[in-house]
Design a protein around this ligand. Structure first.
Ligand SMILES: [Zn+2]
Length: 476
């Protein structure tokens, strides 16, 4: 392509606090419309907001996880605009003193790290939701979401392809899930992205950019960015120029439409929120929050690759979900064989997650039990087929791996006399195969081996069976 693509993302993430940002209404998705509201979030005259301390701490957690500096002095501002989903006619947000600034995250583009700058992360409140119901004349509005705490993460324009835009959003999502400040359910709108994009000839100054708002899937971000880059390149190639505007992306049609000319910050008449005091954050508190952060996905992934020898692809997939990475580490702790655990997670556990995305949170199969099953498999006490069977039972009914093995008689049979008896019977029943083997037909051995394993219901150590079979065949 003869044009370079320059992308910056603005990502809105709802914080999973128990209550809203400035009142005691519950912060919850999916309730009956307009049941989670009060005079404060409905902006009744005289109702005063009070800051939710947890929202501030969650935003600091997110900022530290993204390598930001944290402002010791921060304040809220009013962003003035009228829209029916905003009863105050202004949004309480942050203008010139964002809580977090100057950070970065490293994204992994097919095994190569690229650093994307984070310009700022600020706190603000969410607006309500307009419902355009075909059965009603006009539109309805649900204020339940009004006042839900949000962080807005603003990247620097360091992203240079639609694929990188998707990976960046995915990386931010994973980090927010790891530090447990947002549930990041994109289909419920708790994580959404605005894509700012321009194109230019290599070496040129930045081109005019457009903004596409509220894109709510990883895939859609990549598609929208690609379509917009193509659209802009085509206009410029035809000798036209790009209009600075806000566009709406329609993912089902794969097209974007002009919504309105882009507002400038001046249009919003920002001014300090007079109903809230500034927030002073002590250094000690910031350090406490930093100490409390979990190990982040990138560091975990590098450790899995370098210390455990896990392939990049597997490490990438496992660390993308904290519950899965936790399960992996717990299981490794029990059985001590990271490669075996990663193989079983990539196949058996991933299959279960693909069938039910909530598998890890609802199933009683945890890292400890998985580790125990794989430990027994590793020691040769159970067969791979038995391991699968035990995991099925653990996933469906729960229970204790050792008890299940005991009850179902799944322990590998090592009793020499039992194996010798099975071998003797198989040889008696298959004289032709025995004769074939003795006349040099190697294939016959595989057949006899299969018969013996079947006679032992597969619950025997193949090496031991092989040895005894050879012994008996040579003896007779
Ligand atoms: Zn309220």
């Amino acid at each position: 392509m003869e044009y370079e693509i320059v992308i910056g993302l603005e990502i809105h993430a709802e914080l999973k606090t128990r209550t809203k940002m400035f009142c005691n209404c519950r912060n919850e998705f999916g309730a009956k419309p307009n049941t989670l509201v009060c005079p404060v979030c409905l902006a009744m005259p005289g109702a005063l907001p009070a800051m939710n301390r947890t929202a501030v701490e969650y935003a600091i957690r997110a900022g530290l996880a993204m390598n930001c500096s944290i402002s010791s002095f921060t304040k809220m501002d009013r962003k003035n605009y009228f829209y029916p989903d905003l009863p105050r006619a202004y949004q309480i947000s942050q203008y010139d003193r964002p809580l977090c600034y100057d950070g970065y995250v490293d994204i992994d583009v097919n095994g190569q790290y690229k650093r994307i700058g984070i310009e700022r992360i600020h706190l603000e409140e969410d607006a309500g939701k307009l419902i355009h119901d075909a059965c009603v004349t006009g539109s309805l509005v649900d204020y339940n979401r009004c006042g839900v705490p949000l962080i807005e993460i603003v990247s620097r324009p360091d992203i240079s392809s639609p694929e990188e835009a998707r990976i960046f959003l995915e990386t931010i999502k994973t980090i927010l899930e790891y530090v447990e400040v947002s549930d990041c359910k994109m289909q419920e709108g708790s994580l959404r992205a605005d894509v700012n994009l321009s194109v230019r000839k290599p070496g040129d100054l930045l081109g005019t950019r457009t903004e596409m708002k509220n894109i709510n899937s990883l895939h859609a971000v990549q598609r929208a960015a690609q379509a917009e880059a193509d659209r802009q390149a085509a206009i410029i190639s035809d000798g036209g120029s790009i209009i600075q505007e806000t566009r709406r992306w329609d993912d089902s049609r794969g097209e974007s439409y002009s919504m309105r000319n882009k507002e400038e910050a001046l249009d919003y008449r920002f001014f300090p929120e007079p109903d809230l005091v500034p927030v002073v954050i002590e250094k000690e508190r910031i350090e406490e929050i930093r100490k409390d952060l979990p190990e982040l996905p990138t560091s975990r992934k590098d450790r899995y690759i370098n210390d455990f020898g896990i392939p990049w692809y597997d490490a990438q997939l496992i660390t993308q979900s904290r519950p899965l990475a936790d399960m992996f580490e717990t299981a490794v702790g029990v059985c001590g064989n990271p490669k075996l655990v990663s193989n079983w997670i990539m196949t058996d556990i991933m299959r279960r997650i693909n069938e039910d995305k909530d598998f890890l949170s609802v199933s009683s199969l945890d890292g400890k039990k998985l580790g125990r099953v794989l430990d027994l498999l590793h020691k040769g006490d159970i067969t791979p087929n038995s391991a699968k069977e035990i995991l099925d039972i653990l996933a469906l009914e729960g229970g204790d791996p050792d008890a299940i093995i005991e009850k179902r008689g799944l322990k590998v049979q090592r009793d020499e006399s039992l194996i010798a008896k099975a071998v003797g019977e198989v040889l008696d029943q298959n004289p032709q195969a025995v004769a074939d083997y003795r006349s040099g037909k190697e294939k016959a051995f595989g057949f006899l081996m299969g018969r013996t394993m079947a006679a032992l219901k597969g619950r025997a150590d193949p090496a031991q069976v092989r040895e005894m079979l050879i012994h008996h065949l040579n003896k007779q």
